[in-house]
Write a protein that binds this ligand. Sequence first.
Ligand code: MG
Ligand code: MG
Length: 262
Amino acid sequence: MIYCKTDEEIELIRESCILVGKAHAEVAKLLKPGVNTKLLDETAEAFIRDNAAVPAFKGYRGFPWTLCVSVNSVVVHGFPSSKTELKEGDIISIDCGVQKNGWFGDSAYTYAIGEISAEKQRLLDVTVECLYKGIEQAVHGKRVGDIGWAVQEHAERNKYGVVRELVGHGVGKKLHEDPEVPNYGKKGNGPVLREGIVIAIEPMINMGKRNVVQENDGWTVKTEDGKPSAHFEHTVVVRKDKAEILTTFEFIEEVIGKKALI
Ligand code: MG
Ligand code: MG
């Protein structure tokens, strides 16, 4: 069942989405070589709870943490750990969700730790471009497959692999609602997008092949070939002429001092 949200409901989702953006910024302030990823998780959880909200991922199907932290070849769902210290040249995808007043917001951003290689920077740039190309398709009357097509076309044109096993999703009173929003697809296929549908668009793009493997913890997803992977995500609402982005990278970019999309 795909729900079109009312304006009042969208305002509540927006509130959760803005809080996600601010929680990201709190984490971004800590990102440097030597920091362990458990500290990131604790910081995000405290910030979310201080803002009268609940971490959306903690306890979701048994996931134990507030953040998914996915370093280098980890694609998504990595566990924070006091034993994982960030190193100069790493890239780290941080995925954060909150529930406030019963409504969810969900956003991911892949950060550079210090100076990263030109290869990794290009992966980040292309993945952000994939995200915004997907968002361009999230307009009334188009179909879910148009989003996936746009993401896939741009990623593969750049010789990157598009992860198939994990997809975007509807967002609302549940963290994951219909429709599924794959990062691959055919133009004109899939459910029709109507004004008021709220979805998370979240390309997961691999520098190498698209294949992934899951670790024994039941969560951590890595690239099979060990090459790096990037992940960016916005929660957006389908509108008549142009999607409206409810999450924001603005607070993150105030901290890191640059825009994701150059
Ligand atoms: Mg997410
Ligand atoms: Mg999501």
